[in-house]
Design a protein around this ligand. Sequence first.
Ligand SMILES: Nc1nc2c(ncn2[C@@H]2O[C@H](COP(=O)(O)OP(=O)(O)OP(=O)(O)O)[C@@H](O)[C@H]2O)c(=O)[nH]1
Ligand SMILES: [Mg+2]
Length: 200
Amino acid sequence: MISGKDVFPDGERLVAEYLGKFNDVKALPETSAEIACIGRSNSGKSSLLKSLLNSATMPQISSRPGSTRLIHLYGLGGRGLTLADFPGYGYAKSSQVFRARFTGMLAAYLKSPRPIKALLLMMDSRREPEDEEKEIARIAGERHVPIILCLNKSDQLNQSETAKLAAKYKVTKPFFEIVLLSAQKRRNLGYLRNFINSLG
Ligand SMILES: Nc1nc2c(ncn2[C@@H]2O[C@H](COP(=O)(O)OP(=O)(O)OP(=O)(O)O)[C@@H](O)[C@H]2O)c(=O)[nH]1
Ligand SMILES: [Mg+2]
C-alpha cells in the first residue's frame, strides 16, 4: 500500500478538457485509451478528479450520495487519453430504475470493447471491499485490466487505524496497486498522477 501525507501541488495538475456527459456506454465517443474512476456512491470519485485535474469545467462534488448521474469524460491535453468520472453504485435511496440502469451501465462498460487501460476503484478507507468491488475485480481480471484500489478519506484515520490498514493491505492482490489518499485534502496523489500520465 502506498501511503503518505504530501499535499499535491497545483502545478502538477493534469491539464484536461471536458468532453461532455453521456447517459449510456453506447453514447460515448470513440477514444484511443481510457481510465475510469468507479466506486460506491459518495466514495469521492469526483473529488479525486477535481483534485487531480486542471479543467475549465471541473467535476461536481456533493455530500449527497448519487450526485454524479451520468458518465463525464475529460480528455488529457490532446494525448488521446480520456478519464471517465462514473456515477457511483450502491446508493440505497436511489430508485430501483436508476440503480438497475447504473449497475447495467458499469457492467456494460467493463464488458465493452472500449480501450480501458486501467480502473481507479475508489473506496472509503473505513469500509471493507464488498460484493460489488469483488465483482469488478473479477471482470477486470478476466480482461487483464489493472485496478488501482484508491482508499480515500485517509484524513479521517488516526495513526493506529492507518497502521492497521497498511498491515491489512500488505498483499495487493487482486489489485495492481493500493493507494491510501485524501482526495479532499489532496494528500498522496502523486503516484496516481504519475500513473495516469504514464498511460497518456
Ligand atoms: N473527509 C473527506 N471527505 C471527502 C474526501 N473526498 C471526498 N469527500 C467527501 O465525500 C463526499 C462525496 O464526494 P464526491 O466526490 O461527490 O463522491 P462521488 O464518489 O463522486 O459520489 P457520487 O457521484 O454520488 O457517486 C463529499 O462530501 C466530499 O466532500 C476525503 O478525502 N476526505
Ligand atoms: Mg461523483
